[in-house]
Write a protein that binds this ligand. Sequence first.
Ligand code: ATP
Ligand code: MG
Length: 107
Amino acid sequence: MNTLIISILAQKGGVAKSFLAKLIGVELARLNFKVLIADMDISQQTTMRWWKRRIDSNIKPHVDVKSYKKVKDIEADMKDYNFVIFDGLPSTGDKTTSAKTMEIGYN
Ligand SMILES: Nc1ncnc2c1ncn2[C@@H]1O[C@H](COP(=O)(O)OP(=O)(O)OP(=O)(O)O)[C@@H](O)[C@H]1O
Ligand SMILES: [Mg+2]
């Protein structure tokens, strides 16, 4: 499957990165694309919690969300999806740089 990566990255916190990741993810899933949101913030896991609430309440359309310690780990999963959306950390660092590099490399 061809996979398009969309990275929502900003070094500032609270600027709606997760909001945009969720909005774009849900709208693409509504168009029947298979979507994975990669929650990069393993300490907060806000998007993971949003996913659990959707699963518990059986809210459609279905969007997968997984939390990744390393951007490299996403490579094994991404072939199953039309879109992978990176929901970035509120900082720049290796993880943010790798997400951008992967976006440029695969798209
Ligand atoms: N379009 C919007 N209108 C009103 N409130 C919004 C909007 N988008 C986001 N918010 C609110 O702003 C806050 C921050 O949004 P969000 O969690 O998406 O930011 P973030 O950039 O992912 O933050 P963090 O850096 O902590 O991960 C949340 O309380 C969210 O409900
Ligand atoms: Mg966030």
